[in-house]
Design a protein around this ligand. Sequence first.
Ligand code: GLN
Length: 453
Amino acid sequence: TDAYLKAMEAARGLNAYVAETPEKAREMAAASDARIATGEARPLEGIPLGIKDLFCTEGVHSQAGSHVLDGFKPTYESTVTANLWADGAVMLGKLNMDEFAMGSSNETSYYGPVISPWRSNANNADLVPGGSSGGSAAAVAARLCAGATATDTGGSIRQPAAFTGTVGIKPTYGRCSRWGTVAFASSLDQAGPIARDVRDAAIMLKSMASVDPKDTTSVDIEVPDYEAAIGKSIKGMRIGIPKEYRIDGMPAEIEEMWQKGAAWLKDAGAELVDISLPHTKYALPAYYIVAPAEASSNLARYDGVRYGLRVDGDDIVDMYEKSRSAGFGAEVKRRVLIGTYVLSAGYYDAYYLRAQKVRTLIKRDFETVFADGIDTILTPATPSAAFGVAAMSTASPIEMYLNDVFTVTVNMAGLPGIAVPAGLNAEGLPLGLQLIGRPFDESTLFQAAKVVE
Ligand code: GLN
């Protein structure tokens, strides 16, 4: 813990942490030492972790990367972090993120961008770590924690993991409790770990996952020993290669990595099967209707009365307006506007209802291939390697949304997906592959990911 606290101090330039909690960390570490001394160590005893700022942590900074939650210190603990502490983990601090988890570059954060510890060998420009869990990915990659919590609504665990050469898994919807994680789009949000390797991710997820009476969408199903799946042979595993993920304009380096990954799995005994997921191309536009719709509803609670920032006004409506205008950043405002528009009486059927129908079709595509005996699906995790900081000012919102083209399908269908590093491109930057699994079958993902790693 002391070594990590020192490393964090030395690497403040990366802006990965928005709050450091050294006193709490030392106190927790001392308690862990005592347990280890008496032979009562729990599964994560003394392991120092970073926590995405989206998770409520009792008495500690929890602002979801937003100014609107200014000064918010919850009086309660999220279920996921409570599970980690109950297993002996140590909290180092809270990690930077896109505001309310809306973004793909960590540049929508009120606290400013996170700088990736990776550099291209072609130039010395600062690169983004991806988003929205950019602080989590950068901190794991720069060794500023042993592992980090993260969340994924449309790719926010898997894309930053791919950009930083780390492993990130979004488990099946319902695997982790959402209680105490600030809501973005409740039907899509899931917590998961970002870790250095597949084994660490398996160990962390085991601890984070649980059924929880405080979240009725969490599912009462056994959490297997994920670590036991690692190293198991994949002989005979049927791995689907979906043709719709070979999109126009995909860089050659992504295509090559995908083929290399498939070859590794084949060499290890898997059977590669060409499959079709015909509604894939509708996933991204449908996601950018469903997610903002739910966000506009979830974010209605930030009114200057209940939490954080209040800007006084002439009357209560004026106070609401001033607080929300000052508290939310541009991307969050854009999502709230899109969301209220697609939910409005005149457009509900044309946009929101239609997007929900598309969502069902996407889910059925996956159900069909899994019913045909496919065990897992291999795709690239992202359409490119990490890009430069300042992308938000040069790229249009739609260009930024295109980052999520390979990841959003998984959230729309509620399935588990893992991003695993698959090597470096010519510039020396990491590229990641994605494996998609059957509902609640994260074990198969860990098993296959270990072969790619
Ligand atoms: N980049 C996507 C978005 O901005 C996904 C974010 C996430 O998964 N939280 O909505």
